[in-house]
Design a protein around this ligand. Structure first.
Ligand code: FAD
Length: 412
Protein backbone atom coordinates (compact mmCIF):
# COMPACT_ATOMS: atom_id res chain seq x y z
CA UNK A 1 0.00 0.00 0.00
CA UNK A 2 1.34 3.44 -0.91
CA UNK A 3 0.46 6.01 1.64
CA UNK A 4 1.52 9.62 1.64
CA UNK A 5 1.35 9.72 5.44
CA UNK A 6 3.94 8.07 7.74
CA UNK A 7 2.36 6.70 10.90
CA UNK A 8 3.04 3.94 13.45
CA UNK A 9 -0.10 2.11 12.39
CA UNK A 10 -2.50 2.52 9.48
CA UNK A 11 -5.55 2.14 11.71
CA UNK A 12 -6.02 2.32 15.47
CA UNK A 13 -9.21 0.86 16.95
CA UNK A 14 -10.06 1.91 20.50
CA UNK A 15 -12.23 -0.71 22.21
CA UNK A 16 -11.52 -4.40 21.72
CA UNK A 17 -15.02 -5.67 22.56
CA UNK A 18 -17.47 -7.45 20.24
CA UNK A 19 -17.42 -4.69 17.63
CA UNK A 20 -13.78 -3.55 17.89
CA UNK A 21 -12.39 -7.06 17.44
CA UNK A 22 -14.85 -7.76 14.60
CA UNK A 23 -13.61 -4.56 12.94
CA UNK A 24 -9.96 -5.64 13.23
CA UNK A 25 -10.82 -9.04 11.73
CA UNK A 26 -12.90 -7.49 8.94
CA UNK A 27 -9.94 -5.49 7.59
CA UNK A 28 -7.17 -7.91 8.56
CA UNK A 29 -6.83 -9.25 4.99
CA UNK A 30 -6.15 -5.78 3.57
CA UNK A 31 -2.43 -5.67 4.37
CA UNK A 32 -2.86 -2.91 6.94
CA UNK A 33 -1.06 -2.39 10.24
CA UNK A 34 -3.84 -2.42 12.84
CA UNK A 35 -3.68 -1.60 16.57
CA UNK A 36 -6.47 -2.44 19.03
CA UNK A 37 -6.41 -0.62 22.37
CA UNK A 38 -8.63 -2.24 25.01
CA UNK A 39 -9.21 -1.23 28.60
CA UNK A 40 -10.20 -4.54 30.22
CA UNK A 41 -8.59 -7.94 29.79
CA UNK A 42 -10.70 -10.69 28.23
CA UNK A 43 -10.19 -12.96 31.28
CA UNK A 44 -11.31 -10.29 33.74
CA UNK A 45 -14.76 -10.75 35.33
CA UNK A 46 -15.58 -7.10 34.63
CA UNK A 47 -14.95 -7.36 30.85
CA UNK A 48 -18.12 -5.57 29.74
CA UNK A 49 -18.46 -6.90 26.19
CA UNK A 50 -17.57 -10.60 26.32
CA UNK A 51 -19.84 -11.34 29.28
CA UNK A 52 -22.66 -13.76 30.16
CA UNK A 53 -25.26 -12.32 27.81
CA UNK A 54 -26.46 -14.34 24.83
CA UNK A 55 -26.59 -12.65 21.48
CA UNK A 56 -29.01 -13.57 18.72
CA UNK A 57 -27.04 -13.24 15.49
CA UNK A 58 -28.99 -12.27 12.39
CA UNK A 59 -28.56 -13.68 8.89
CA UNK A 60 -26.45 -10.72 7.80
CA UNK A 61 -24.12 -11.26 10.80
CA UNK A 62 -23.85 -14.93 9.92
CA UNK A 63 -22.94 -13.99 6.32
CA UNK A 64 -20.29 -11.59 7.55
CA UNK A 65 -18.66 -14.14 9.85
CA UNK A 66 -18.75 -16.64 6.98
CA UNK A 67 -16.88 -14.17 4.77
CA UNK A 68 -14.31 -13.69 7.55
CA UNK A 69 -13.77 -17.46 7.83
CA UNK A 70 -14.91 -17.74 11.46
CA UNK A 71 -18.50 -18.88 11.03
CA UNK A 72 -17.85 -22.64 11.39
CA UNK A 73 -16.38 -22.03 14.85
CA UNK A 74 -19.30 -19.79 15.88
CA UNK A 75 -21.81 -22.23 14.41
CA UNK A 76 -20.38 -25.08 16.50
CA UNK A 77 -20.83 -23.00 19.65
CA UNK A 78 -24.31 -21.64 18.91
CA UNK A 79 -27.93 -22.77 18.73
CA UNK A 80 -30.10 -22.18 15.65
CA UNK A 81 -33.43 -20.34 15.91
CA UNK A 82 -35.86 -22.19 13.67
CA UNK A 83 -38.97 -20.37 14.82
CA UNK A 84 -39.96 -17.24 16.73
CA UNK A 85 -43.15 -17.11 18.74
CA UNK A 86 -44.32 -13.54 19.45
CA UNK A 87 -47.14 -12.92 21.93
CA UNK A 88 -48.64 -10.24 24.14
CA UNK A 89 -49.43 -11.04 27.79
CA UNK A 90 -53.09 -11.03 28.70
CA UNK A 91 -54.26 -10.82 25.09
CA UNK A 92 -55.40 -13.42 22.60
CA UNK A 93 -53.45 -14.29 19.56
CA UNK A 94 -49.82 -14.59 18.69
CA UNK A 95 -47.58 -14.64 15.68
CA UNK A 96 -45.34 -17.45 14.61
CA UNK A 97 -42.44 -16.99 12.22
CA UNK A 98 -40.61 -20.03 10.94
CA UNK A 99 -37.36 -20.62 9.09
CA UNK A 100 -39.22 -22.96 6.78
CA UNK A 101 -41.69 -20.26 5.76
CA UNK A 102 -38.75 -17.91 5.10
CA UNK A 103 -36.98 -20.70 3.17
CA UNK A 104 -33.81 -20.47 5.25
CA UNK A 105 -31.99 -23.00 7.43
CA UNK A 106 -32.37 -20.79 10.54
CA UNK A 107 -33.78 -17.32 11.31
CA UNK A 108 -30.70 -16.61 13.43
CA UNK A 109 -28.24 -18.20 15.85
CA UNK A 110 -27.79 -17.70 19.61
CA UNK A 111 -24.28 -17.52 21.00
CA UNK A 112 -23.02 -16.61 24.47
CA UNK A 113 -20.90 -13.45 24.35
CA UNK A 114 -17.97 -15.04 26.22
CA UNK A 115 -17.87 -17.86 23.68
CA UNK A 116 -18.11 -15.44 20.77
CA UNK A 117 -15.22 -13.56 22.39
CA UNK A 118 -13.10 -16.72 22.43
CA UNK A 119 -13.65 -17.23 18.71
CA UNK A 120 -13.17 -13.59 17.65
CA UNK A 121 -10.16 -12.89 19.86
CA UNK A 122 -8.64 -16.30 19.15
CA UNK A 123 -8.70 -15.55 15.43
CA UNK A 124 -7.62 -11.91 15.72
CA UNK A 125 -4.62 -12.84 17.88
CA UNK A 126 -3.37 -15.19 15.16
CA UNK A 127 -3.10 -12.30 12.66
CA UNK A 128 0.40 -10.89 12.55
CA UNK A 129 -0.85 -7.46 11.41
CA UNK A 130 -3.15 -6.91 14.45
CA UNK A 131 -1.37 -5.61 17.54
CA UNK A 132 -3.21 -5.60 20.90
CA UNK A 133 -2.56 -3.12 23.71
CA UNK A 134 -4.48 -4.43 26.75
CA UNK A 135 -5.12 -3.44 29.45
CA UNK A 136 -4.65 0.19 28.46
CA UNK A 137 -6.03 3.50 29.61
CA UNK A 138 -6.39 6.30 27.08
CA UNK A 139 -5.10 9.63 28.32
CA UNK A 140 -5.49 11.78 25.20
CA UNK A 141 -6.57 11.77 21.57
CA UNK A 142 -5.30 14.31 19.10
CA UNK A 143 -6.47 14.57 15.54
CA UNK A 144 -4.24 16.49 13.12
CA UNK A 145 -4.44 17.27 9.42
CA UNK A 146 -2.27 14.25 8.46
CA UNK A 147 -2.54 11.83 11.35
CA UNK A 148 -4.22 10.92 14.62
CA UNK A 149 -2.34 10.40 17.84
CA UNK A 150 -3.51 8.38 20.81
CA UNK A 151 -1.70 8.44 24.15
CA UNK A 152 -2.35 5.74 26.71
CA UNK A 153 -0.96 4.08 29.80
CA UNK A 154 -0.37 0.38 29.47
CA UNK A 155 1.11 -1.71 32.28
CA UNK A 156 3.83 0.56 33.62
CA UNK A 157 4.66 2.39 30.42
CA UNK A 158 3.28 5.42 28.65
CA UNK A 159 2.62 4.96 24.96
CA UNK A 160 1.88 7.22 22.08
CA UNK A 161 0.85 5.85 18.69
CA UNK A 162 -0.13 7.55 15.47
CA UNK A 163 -2.37 6.33 12.66
CA UNK A 164 -4.11 7.52 9.52
CA UNK A 165 -7.50 6.64 10.92
CA UNK A 166 -8.87 6.24 14.44
CA UNK A 167 -11.92 4.02 14.92
CA UNK A 168 -13.85 4.40 18.18
CA UNK A 169 -15.51 1.13 19.23
CA UNK A 170 -15.47 1.83 22.94
CA UNK A 171 -19.15 1.28 23.71
CA UNK A 172 -22.14 3.39 24.72
CA UNK A 173 -20.18 5.52 27.22
CA UNK A 174 -17.44 6.20 24.67
CA UNK A 175 -14.56 8.32 25.99
CA UNK A 176 -13.28 8.74 22.45
CA UNK A 177 -16.57 10.30 21.38
CA UNK A 178 -16.00 12.85 24.16
CA UNK A 179 -12.33 13.40 23.23
CA UNK A 180 -13.48 14.09 19.66
CA UNK A 181 -16.11 16.53 20.84
CA UNK A 182 -18.98 14.53 19.33
CA UNK A 183 -22.16 15.07 21.31
CA UNK A 184 -24.76 12.44 22.07
CA UNK A 185 -28.43 12.18 22.89
CA UNK A 186 -29.72 9.77 25.46
CA UNK A 187 -33.21 8.55 26.29
CA UNK A 188 -33.41 6.75 29.58
CA UNK A 189 -36.09 4.08 29.38
CA UNK A 190 -36.28 3.67 33.15
CA UNK A 191 -36.12 -0.04 32.51
CA UNK A 192 -33.61 -2.75 33.35
CA UNK A 193 -32.83 -6.00 31.53
CA UNK A 194 -32.26 -8.97 33.81
CA UNK A 195 -30.46 -11.74 31.99
CA UNK A 196 -29.73 -15.30 33.04
CA UNK A 197 -30.56 -18.87 32.10
CA UNK A 198 -32.85 -21.64 33.36
CA UNK A 199 -34.16 -25.08 32.58
CA UNK A 200 -37.57 -25.49 30.97
CA UNK A 201 -39.69 -28.56 31.63
CA UNK A 202 -40.60 -28.91 27.94
CA UNK A 203 -37.53 -28.62 25.69
CA UNK A 204 -37.15 -25.17 24.15
CA UNK A 205 -35.41 -26.92 21.20
CA UNK A 206 -34.65 -24.42 18.45
CA UNK A 207 -37.44 -22.00 19.32
CA UNK A 208 -37.22 -18.37 20.44
CA UNK A 209 -40.05 -16.70 22.36
CA UNK A 210 -40.75 -12.98 22.65
CA UNK A 211 -43.59 -11.97 24.96
CA UNK A 212 -44.61 -8.37 25.40
CA UNK A 213 -45.76 -7.49 28.89
CA UNK A 214 -47.74 -4.67 30.42
CA UNK A 215 -44.47 -3.02 31.42
CA UNK A 216 -41.63 -4.59 29.49
CA UNK A 217 -41.01 -7.88 27.71
CA UNK A 218 -39.52 -11.29 28.16
CA UNK A 219 -37.51 -13.26 25.62
CA UNK A 220 -36.41 -16.87 25.90
CA UNK A 221 -33.70 -18.14 23.59
CA UNK A 222 -32.26 -21.63 23.14
CA UNK A 223 -28.71 -22.17 24.41
CA UNK A 224 -26.57 -25.27 24.96
CA UNK A 225 -27.39 -28.25 27.19
CA UNK A 226 -31.14 -27.82 26.69
CA UNK A 227 -31.16 -24.62 28.73
CA UNK A 228 -32.89 -21.35 27.83
CA UNK A 229 -31.37 -17.88 28.15
CA UNK A 230 -33.83 -15.21 29.25
CA UNK A 231 -33.86 -11.44 28.87
CA UNK A 232 -36.53 -10.01 31.12
CA UNK A 233 -37.16 -6.30 30.76
CA UNK A 234 -38.77 -4.69 33.77
CA UNK A 235 -39.27 -1.19 35.25
CA UNK A 236 -36.18 -0.01 37.17
CA UNK A 237 -38.17 0.25 40.39
CA UNK A 238 -38.75 -3.54 40.41
CA UNK A 239 -35.16 -4.52 39.66
CA UNK A 240 -33.62 -4.53 43.11
CA UNK A 241 -36.24 -6.86 44.59
CA UNK A 242 -36.08 -9.27 41.68
CA UNK A 243 -32.29 -9.31 41.59
CA UNK A 244 -32.05 -10.16 45.27
CA UNK A 245 -35.05 -12.53 45.38
CA UNK A 246 -34.32 -16.15 46.31
CA UNK A 247 -34.27 -18.58 43.37
CA UNK A 248 -37.78 -20.00 43.96
CA UNK A 249 -39.37 -16.53 44.21
CA UNK A 250 -37.61 -15.33 41.08
CA UNK A 251 -38.59 -18.48 39.17
CA UNK A 252 -42.26 -18.11 40.09
CA UNK A 253 -42.21 -14.44 39.12
CA UNK A 254 -40.73 -15.14 35.69
CA UNK A 255 -43.05 -18.14 35.26
CA UNK A 256 -46.03 -15.94 35.97
CA UNK A 257 -45.20 -13.49 33.19
CA UNK A 258 -44.11 -16.09 30.66
CA UNK A 259 -46.82 -18.66 31.35
CA UNK A 260 -46.69 -22.44 31.01
CA UNK A 261 -45.97 -22.78 27.31
CA UNK A 262 -42.62 -24.41 28.15
CA UNK A 263 -43.77 -26.10 31.35
CA UNK A 264 -42.29 -25.42 34.79
CA UNK A 265 -39.04 -23.42 35.04
CA UNK A 266 -36.22 -24.65 37.32
CA UNK A 267 -32.44 -24.54 37.90
CA UNK A 268 -31.86 -20.81 37.68
CA UNK A 269 -28.35 -19.67 36.64
CA UNK A 270 -26.65 -16.44 37.71
CA UNK A 271 -28.62 -13.20 37.16
CA UNK A 272 -27.07 -9.96 35.84
CA UNK A 273 -28.86 -6.66 35.27
CA UNK A 274 -28.33 -3.90 32.69
CA UNK A 275 -29.92 -0.43 32.83
CA UNK A 276 -31.47 0.45 29.46
CA UNK A 277 -31.15 3.63 27.44
CA UNK A 278 -31.09 4.69 23.81
CA UNK A 279 -27.80 6.46 23.14
CA UNK A 280 -27.25 8.19 19.85
CA UNK A 281 -24.10 10.00 18.71
CA UNK A 282 -24.84 13.30 17.00
CA UNK A 283 -22.48 12.46 14.16
CA UNK A 284 -20.48 9.47 13.05
CA UNK A 285 -17.13 11.06 12.24
CA UNK A 286 -14.71 13.80 13.03
CA UNK A 287 -11.30 14.63 11.56
CA UNK A 288 -9.52 11.30 10.80
CA UNK A 289 -11.82 9.45 13.14
CA UNK A 290 -15.03 7.51 12.97
CA UNK A 291 -17.34 5.85 15.48
CA UNK A 292 -18.99 2.43 15.22
CA UNK A 293 -21.09 -0.02 17.23
CA UNK A 294 -22.52 1.04 20.57
CA UNK A 295 -20.32 4.15 20.55
CA UNK A 296 -22.50 5.31 17.63
CA UNK A 297 -25.86 3.88 18.72
CA UNK A 298 -26.86 1.84 21.68
CA UNK A 299 -30.36 0.40 21.30
CA UNK A 300 -32.96 -1.10 23.62
CA UNK A 301 -32.44 -4.91 23.41
CA UNK A 302 -36.15 -5.65 22.81
CA UNK A 303 -35.51 -6.66 19.21
CA UNK A 304 -31.99 -8.10 19.82
CA UNK A 305 -30.47 -5.89 17.15
CA UNK A 306 -27.64 -3.79 18.69
CA UNK A 307 -24.72 -6.02 17.85
CA UNK A 308 -26.15 -6.93 14.45
CA UNK A 309 -26.51 -3.23 13.63
CA UNK A 310 -22.94 -2.58 14.85
CA UNK A 311 -21.64 -5.38 12.65
CA UNK A 312 -23.17 -3.65 9.65
CA UNK A 313 -21.22 -0.51 10.69
CA UNK A 314 -18.12 -2.71 10.63
CA UNK A 315 -18.93 -4.21 7.22
CA UNK A 316 -19.72 -0.80 5.72
CA UNK A 317 -16.57 0.85 7.05
CA UNK A 318 -14.54 -2.16 5.88
CA UNK A 319 -16.02 -1.68 2.37
CA UNK A 320 -15.03 2.01 2.34
CA UNK A 321 -11.50 1.16 3.58
CA UNK A 322 -11.16 -1.65 1.04
CA UNK A 323 -12.04 0.70 -1.84
CA UNK A 324 -9.42 3.19 -0.61
CA UNK A 325 -6.70 0.51 -0.47
CA UNK A 326 -7.25 -0.15 -4.19
CA UNK A 327 -6.11 3.37 -5.09
CA UNK A 328 -2.50 4.22 -5.98
CA UNK A 329 -2.25 6.84 -3.33
CA UNK A 330 -4.21 6.04 -0.24
CA UNK A 331 -5.21 8.01 2.78
CA UNK A 332 -7.45 5.95 5.05
CA UNK A 333 -8.52 8.95 7.10
CA UNK A 334 -9.59 11.15 4.19
CA UNK A 335 -12.82 13.04 4.63
CA UNK A 336 -14.52 11.51 1.56
CA UNK A 337 -14.15 8.04 3.00
CA UNK A 338 -15.53 9.15 6.37
CA UNK A 339 -18.42 10.98 4.74
CA UNK A 340 -19.28 7.97 2.59
CA UNK A 341 -19.37 5.71 5.67
CA UNK A 342 -21.54 8.18 7.54
CA UNK A 343 -24.02 8.67 4.71
CA UNK A 344 -24.29 4.96 4.02
CA UNK A 345 -25.12 4.20 7.67
CA UNK A 346 -27.76 6.89 8.23
CA UNK A 347 -30.70 4.96 6.83
CA UNK A 348 -30.09 1.68 8.69
CA UNK A 349 -29.43 3.52 11.97
CA UNK A 350 -32.58 5.64 11.68
CA UNK A 351 -34.79 2.71 10.74
CA UNK A 352 -33.60 0.46 13.55
CA UNK A 353 -33.83 3.22 16.16
CA UNK A 354 -37.35 3.97 15.00
CA UNK A 355 -38.25 0.29 15.00
CA UNK A 356 -36.86 -0.66 18.45
CA UNK A 357 -37.90 2.56 20.14
CA UNK A 358 -41.34 2.17 18.49
CA UNK A 359 -41.74 -1.35 19.89
CA UNK A 360 -40.82 -0.16 23.39
CA UNK A 361 -43.32 2.70 23.17
CA UNK A 362 -46.11 0.69 21.55
CA UNK A 363 -45.97 -1.95 24.27
CA UNK A 364 -45.24 0.42 27.11
CA UNK A 365 -48.02 2.80 26.12
CA UNK A 366 -51.10 3.26 28.29
CA UNK A 367 -52.83 5.38 25.62
CA UNK A 368 -56.34 4.25 24.82
CA UNK A 369 -55.85 4.13 21.05
CA UNK A 370 -52.77 1.96 21.44
CA UNK A 371 -54.46 -0.31 23.96
CA UNK A 372 -57.34 -0.89 21.53
CA UNK A 373 -54.82 -1.93 18.93
CA UNK A 374 -53.11 -4.28 21.36
CA UNK A 375 -56.36 -5.68 22.66
CA UNK A 376 -57.16 -6.94 19.20
CA UNK A 377 -54.55 -9.62 19.93
CA UNK A 378 -51.28 -9.10 18.05
CA UNK A 379 -53.35 -7.36 15.40
CA UNK A 380 -50.55 -4.89 14.82
CA UNK A 381 -48.36 -7.77 13.94
CA UNK A 382 -50.25 -9.85 11.46
CA UNK A 383 -52.77 -7.39 10.11
CA UNK A 384 -51.04 -4.05 9.78
CA UNK A 385 -49.72 -4.27 6.23
CA UNK A 386 -45.99 -4.79 6.11
CA UNK A 387 -45.39 -4.89 9.87
CA UNK A 388 -44.79 -8.62 10.07
CA UNK A 389 -42.55 -8.50 7.00
CA UNK A 390 -40.61 -5.58 8.48
CA UNK A 391 -40.13 -7.43 11.77
CA UNK A 392 -38.76 -10.45 9.90
CA UNK A 393 -36.46 -8.37 7.71
CA UNK A 394 -35.03 -6.55 10.73
CA UNK A 395 -34.65 -9.81 12.65
CA UNK A 396 -32.66 -11.24 9.78
CA UNK A 397 -30.70 -8.00 9.24
CA UNK A 398 -31.64 -7.84 5.60
CA UNK A 399 -32.85 -4.28 5.10
CA UNK A 400 -31.36 -1.55 2.92
CA UNK A 401 -28.18 -1.53 0.87
CA UNK A 402 -25.92 -4.17 2.39
CA UNK A 403 -22.10 -3.96 2.22
CA UNK A 404 -20.09 -6.87 0.75
CA UNK A 405 -19.22 -8.62 4.01
CA UNK A 406 -22.87 -8.56 5.19
CA UNK A 407 -23.70 -10.35 1.94
CA UNK A 408 -21.02 -12.95 2.65
CA UNK A 409 -18.56 -11.64 0.05
CA UNK A 410 -14.93 -11.61 1.22
CA UNK A 411 -12.40 -9.02 -0.03
CA UNK A 412 -10.18 -10.37 -2.83
C1 FAD B 1 -29.26 -7.34 27.87
C2 FAD B 1 -28.76 -7.11 26.48
C3 FAD B 1 -29.00 -8.08 25.50
C4 FAD B 1 -28.55 -7.88 24.19
N1 FAD B 1 -28.84 -8.83 23.24
C5 FAD B 1 -28.48 -8.61 21.96
C6 FAD B 1 -28.81 -9.56 20.92
O1 FAD B 1 -29.40 -10.60 21.16
N2 FAD B 1 -28.45 -9.27 19.64
C7 FAD B 1 -27.78 -8.12 19.34
O2 FAD B 1 -27.49 -7.88 18.15
N3 FAD B 1 -27.44 -7.23 20.29
C8 FAD B 1 -27.77 -7.44 21.59
N4 FAD B 1 -27.42 -6.54 22.55
C9 FAD B 1 -26.59 -5.37 22.19
C10 FAD B 1 -25.11 -5.74 22.16
O3 FAD B 1 -24.73 -6.34 23.37
C11 FAD B 1 -24.26 -4.49 21.91
O4 FAD B 1 -24.73 -3.89 20.74
C12 FAD B 1 -22.78 -4.85 21.73
O5 FAD B 1 -22.25 -5.32 22.94
C13 FAD B 1 -22.00 -3.61 21.28
O6 FAD B 1 -20.64 -3.94 21.20
P1 FAD B 1 -19.53 -2.80 21.25
O7 FAD B 1 -18.24 -3.53 21.06
O8 FAD B 1 -19.88 -1.69 20.34
O9 FAD B 1 -19.63 -2.18 22.71
P2 FAD B 1 -19.31 -2.90 24.09
O10 FAD B 1 -19.81 -4.28 24.08
O11 FAD B 1 -19.75 -1.97 25.16
O12 FAD B 1 -17.70 -2.96 24.12
C14 FAD B 1 -16.90 -1.81 24.26
C15 FAD B 1 -15.47 -2.25 24.53
O13 FAD B 1 -14.66 -1.07 24.61
C16 FAD B 1 -13.87 -1.11 25.80
N5 FAD B 1 -13.62 0.26 26.25
C17 FAD B 1 -14.49 1.13 26.80
N6 FAD B 1 -13.89 2.31 27.04
C18 FAD B 1 -12.62 2.18 26.61
C19 FAD B 1 -11.49 3.05 26.59
N7 FAD B 1 -11.57 4.31 27.05
N8 FAD B 1 -10.32 2.60 26.10
C20 FAD B 1 -10.21 1.32 25.63
N9 FAD B 1 -11.24 0.45 25.63
C21 FAD B 1 -12.44 0.88 26.10
C22 FAD B 1 -14.69 -1.94 26.78
O14 FAD B 1 -13.87 -2.51 27.79
C23 FAD B 1 -15.31 -3.00 25.85
O15 FAD B 1 -14.46 -4.11 25.68
C24 FAD B 1 -27.85 -6.70 23.87
C25 FAD B 1 -27.59 -5.73 24.85
C26 FAD B 1 -28.05 -5.93 26.15
C27 FAD B 1 -27.78 -4.87 27.20
Amino acid sequence: MHSSVKTDFDIVIVGGGMIGVSMALAISSLNLRIAVIEKVRREHQSQPSFDDRSTALSRSSQSMFTALGVWDQIHDASMPIKSIHVSDQGRFGFSHITAEEQEVEALGYVVINRVLGDVLLGNAKKKSNIHFFCPAEITSVESQEDYCNVKFKSQDSKNSISSQLLIAADGANSDIRDFLGIGMKQINYDQVAIIGNLLTEKPIASRAFERFLESGSIALLPINKGRAAFIWIIPTKDAENLMSAPENIFLSAIQEVFGLRLGIFSSLGERVSYPLALTEAQRLYSRRSVIIGNAANSLHPVAAQGFNLGLRDVATLADCIYKETLKNKTDLGNSNLLFEYSEWRQHDHKKLKFFTDGLVRLFGSQRKSVRILRNAGMMYFDLIPGFRKLFIKHTMGLTGRLPSLSRGIAFK
